[in-house]
Write a protein that binds this ligand. Structure first.
Ligand SMILES: Nc1ncnc2c1ncn2[C@@H]1O[C@H](COP(=O)(O)OP(=O)(O)OP(=O)(O)O)[C@@H](O)[C@H]1O
Ligand SMILES: [Mg+2]
Length: 384
C-alpha cells in the first residue's frame, strides 16, 4: 500500500508547523504550504492524496482552492478547517466536494481519524476503478473471442456455399482442356494464352478448394477418439512422415523423451494433425538447412510437447495474430493462414492449450500442453 501523502495548507505558519510535528510523531510525513498558490505548485510536482486546508486565507481562499483541486485533481480528497465562528464555510465546502470539515481548534485525534477515513475512500475508489478496468479488458477479450468464433462459423458457411460453384468451374476448365486437345490446333488463335488461362483457372480453383476444405474441417464436428499413445514410437513416426514430405530441405530433427513416462491418452489422429501443422510451419521458416527439436515432458497431470526450430522467427507484433484465421506472412497464393487457427481449435477440443515464444532471427518455440489423461478416457478405455 502507498504511504498516505498529506498536504497541510494554512497561512498561519506556527499552526501548521505544530500540526506537522504532532503528525510526524504519529507516523505521517505531511507536506506544508502557507498559501493556496503554494499548494497548487506542490500538487503539480508531487503525488498528494489528501489536502487539509484552512478556509480563510489571503489570496486563494480554501473554498476556491477546493474547487480548483476537484477540477484538476479529482482523485485528491480535501478536508477543510473552518473557523469557530463560520460553520457555514464547512457546509459550503462539502457542497463543493470536500471530504469533510473540522472546526478549529482541531483535535489531533479527530484530524487523524478524518485523514484515515479519506484514505479509505481513496482506496475504495482505486479498487473499484481497477475492477472496472479488469472487467472492461475481459469484456473486450470476450468480444474478440466471440468475433473470432463467429468469423470461423461464417467462413465455414461461405466455404460450404462456394464448394459447389468451385466444383463446376473445375469441371468446366477440365472440359475446355479436353476440347482444345481434340481440336485442330492451327486454327485456334493465341493458343498458348488460352492454355495458360485455363491452367490458371485450374490452379486457382485448386487453391480455393484447399481453403474451403480446411475451413470446413475446422468446424466439422469430428468425434474425438481417445486411445493410449506410446509417445516415443508415435513421435518418431510423425517425424519420419514429416521428413519424407520435405525432401528438398536439410533439416535435423531430434526427439527428447527423457522426462516423460511415454504414455498419453488423447486422440492420435488429431494430435498428429497438430504436429504436422507445427512441423510444416517450422520447416517453412527454415531456409535451406536447420533443426527442429521436439521435447516431451510430464508435469503432474499434464504433458508438454515443445517444438523448437531455428527458423526466421516471428515478429513481436505478429505473435498475437498468428492464431487468427487467414493471418499469413507467406507469399500470396502460398499460405492460407488457417493452419494455426485450426491447430488451436483442435488443441482446445483436446482440453489443452498452445503457446508461442519467438523473436525474429531466433527461431520459434511452440509449446503444446495436453492433459495426460483426457477427461473422457475412463469411458473410452473400455472400448480399446
Ligand atoms: N515456426 C514458425 N516460424 C516462423 N513463423 C511462423 C512459424 N509458425 C507460424 N509462423 C507464422 O504464423 C503464420 C500463420 O501460420 P499458419 O500455419 O496459421 O498459416 P500459414 O502457414 O501461413 O498457412 P497454412 O494455412 O498453409 O498453414 C505464418 O504465415 C508465419 O508467419
Ligand atoms: Mg501453416
Amino acid at each position: 500500500m502507498d504511504a498516505i501523502k498529506t498536504l497541510l495548507v494554512d497561512d498561519e505558519k506556527s499552526f501548521i508547523e505544530t500540526i506537522e510535528k504532532r503528525l510526524k510523531k504519529r507516523g505521517f510525513a505531511p507536506y506544508l504550504a502557507e498559501s493556496g498558490k503554494k499548494c497548487l505548485e506542490i500538487l503539480k510536482d508531487s503525488t498528494i492524496h489528501i489536502v487539509v486546508s484552512d478556509v480563510k486565507m489571503p489570496g486563494i481562499g480554501g473554498i476556491d482552492l477546493l474547487k480548483k483541486i476537484k477540477q484538476d485533481y479529482p482523485a485528491i480528497e480535501v478536508i477543510l478547517l473552518t473557523g469557530h465562528a463560520n460553520p457555514n464555510d464547512g457546509v459550503e465546502g462539502i457542497k463543493q466536494g470536500a471530504f469533510d470539515y473540522l472546526t478549529k481548534p482541531i483535535e489531533l485525534e479527530h484530524l487523524i481519524g478524518k485523514i484515515n477515513q479519506a484514505w479509505d475512500k481513496i482506496q475504495r475508489i482505486k479498487e473499484k476503478k481497477e475492477e472496472e478496468a479488469f472487467r472492461e479488458r475481459m469484456k473486450k477479450q470476450l468480444i474478440a473471442n466471440e468475433r473470432l468464433a463467429s468469423l470461423g462459423t461464417l467462413s465455414a458457411g461461405v466455404a460450404h456455399e462456394i464448394n459447389n460453384p468451385l466444383a463446376i468451374i473445375k469441371e468446366s476448365a477440365g472440359w475446355m482442356n479436353t476440347i482444345i486437345s481434340g481440336m485442330n490446333l492451327s486454327t485456334v488463335p493465341r493458343l498458348n494464352d488460352l492454355k495458360t488461362a485455363i491452367d490458371k483457372i485450374e490452379k486457382s480453383v485448386e487453391r480455393a478448394r484447399r481453403i474451403t476444405h480446411q475451413l470446413l474441417s475446422s468446424v466439422k464436428k469430428q468425434d474425438t477418439a481417445l486411445s493410449e499413445i506410446r509417445l516415443n514410437e508415435f513421435l518418431q513416426e510423425t517425424i519420419h512422415l514429416v521428413k519424407r514430405s520435405l525432401p528438398e530441405k536439410n533439416i535435423k530433427m531430434s526427439l527428447d523423451t527423457r522426462h516423460t513416462d511415454g504414455i498419453l491418452w488423447t486422440d492420435p489422429y488429431q494430435l498428429r494433425q497438430i504436429l504436422i501443422n507445427l512441423f510444416t510451419n517450422s520447416a517453412r521458416a527454415i531456409s535451406n538447412e536447420g533443426w527442429i527439436d521436439l521435447t516431451v515432458a510430464d508435469t503432474g497431470d499434464l504433458v508438454s510437447i515443445s517444438l523448437k526450430d531455428n527458423g526466421e522467427g516471428i515478429a513481436y507484433e505478429n505473435l498475437e495474430k498468428i492464431f487468427e484465421p487467414f493471418f499469413t506472412t507467406r507469399a500470396p497464393g502460398e499460405g492460407t493462414g488457417l493452419g494455426l487457427f485450426i491447430t488451436r481449435g483442435i488443441v482446445e477440443k483436446l482440453g489443452g492449450k498452445i503457446e508461442v515464444e519467438s523473436q525474429v532471427g531466433e527461431g520459434a518455440l511452440f509449446t503444446l500442453v495436453l492433459p495426460k489423461f483426457n477427461k473422457n478416457c475412463d469411458t473410452q478405455k473400455g472400448r480399446n
